[in-house]
Design a protein around this ligand. Sequence first.
Ligand SMILES: [Cu+2]
Length: 220
Amino acid sequence: MAAVLVSFAIGISLILFGIFGYLRSRPPTVAATPSSTHPGSVNLVLQTDGAVGVGPHPNWVGYWAQDAAGKWKQTTLLQVPAHTKVNVTVYEYDSGGALRNPLWGKIQGTTGGTVNINGKTVSLVNPNKGNGIAHTFAVPSLGIVVPFYGVSGKEKNFCTTGPCNLSEAHVTTKFSFTTGNTGTFRWQCFIPCGLGYLMGNGGPMTTVGYMAGFLKVVNA
Ligand SMILES: [Cu+2]
């Protein structure tokens, strides 16, 4: 009887340890940093990798965000001030492909309706051009959709594991948007980078820290 109780207690503690371990492993929140060149606005610097290289799923596609000290954190929890212009820079290191829905290739919700790709300002991306689209940054409830061109997987300096660095093949996309009221808004990538998962939308696509996250808009 005692042996049964002890093994039962051990079983319960293992389950609790697992649950709390999972809760503890929630990725950190990275806050946008005040812009030194454009007072009143903030900067958010992100990268998308074909394999994040760390954590419980090192082979999953995912985002990293740069903190105020310039250190990369593997996370999709982002914090920005309310009623503020947010300047976003995304270094995209993954290969690309076709879109499941051409609508996700349409730039929406950015300042001027444009993005700057490798120094060139455009209002449209063509998913059938070049290396296709690798990932998107979409906040549906704020009407923001920004697609990122992929790089060729055949590049000699293709980044195979994150965090990637600027000496490796990448596409730089810059855009801005202005936040409204405070709130927590879900965002995610709407590219079949979850191919091989149910509806192409499982695994990293729906997991916080990889291709899905939250944009926390807080009081400035
Ligand atoms: Cu993606």
